[in-house]
Design a protein around this ligand. Structure first.
Ligand code: FE
Length: 201
């Protein structure tokens, strides 16, 4: 990736972050609509797709279909992540499979069950909405959420999403700025945004 591309993305992220508070202020208490927040980046950002990252050892197939990973016993800070899936030609991609998995608030992945694992499909406008908790930092990595994205009948993109302002980001061997979510506080809840760009052709 060129230096120009990196700068362009960083600028877009900053613009998006500064635009978030106003949008968040309009949201009804206790509910966040996927379409309320402006995108973190323009799809015309050089047409670069979201970069892939390794899955790591903890992916499990056949996660339950659900848009909330919260259960009555879930500990941790709630985070609501929304966004859209776009093609590199700026079109929303409905029906995209998004499969999320992450560690819990103690830094552990559930390898026997499906705690903090779930998949969903983007709606007719390519939008998605995930409710979960902020994962803990575990040894060797900065804070992150894993995701696999697959447009209908297209290859799987495996990647990871990162949290801004984490002390461990710069030293993490996988961290990339263009995989940062834009995050704002809304009371005790974090409101996050990330748009995926998939290469369909
Ligand atoms: Fe991980």
């Amino acid at each position: 990736m060129s230096r120009e591309t990196k700068i362009s993305r960083r600028r877009l992220l900053l613009v998006a972050a500064s635009a978030l508070p106003a949008a968040v202020g309009l949201l009804p208490r206790g509910g966040v609509e996927a379409g309320e927040l402006s995108p973190t980046r323009a799809c015309s950002d050089n047409g670069d797709p979201t970069p892939p990252q390794m899955a790591g050892p903890y992916f499990k197939p056949r996660s339950p279909e659900r848009d909330s990973l919260l259960t009555p016993g879930t500990k941790g800070t709630k985070i609501v992540l929304t966004g859209v899936v776009l093609s590199t030609t700026c079109q929303p991609v409905p029906g995209t499979l998004l499969d999320f998995w992450q560690c819990d608030s103690d830094g552990n992945y559930d390898t026997t069950g499906y705690t903090l694992r779930g998949h969903q499909f983007t709606d007719a406008d390519g939008r998605y909405r995930l409710e979960t908790i902020v994962p803990a930092v575990y040894p060797g990595r900065t804070r992150h959420i894993h995701v696999r994205a697959q447009a209908p009948n297209r290859p799987v993109l495996t990647t990871q999403l990162y949290f801004p302002g984490e002390p461990g980001n710069e030293g993490d061997f996988l961290f990339r700025r263009d995989l940062l979510m834009a995050i704002q506080e809304q009371g005790t809840v974090k409101v996050a945004r990330f748009d995926f760009v998939l290469k369909l052709g």
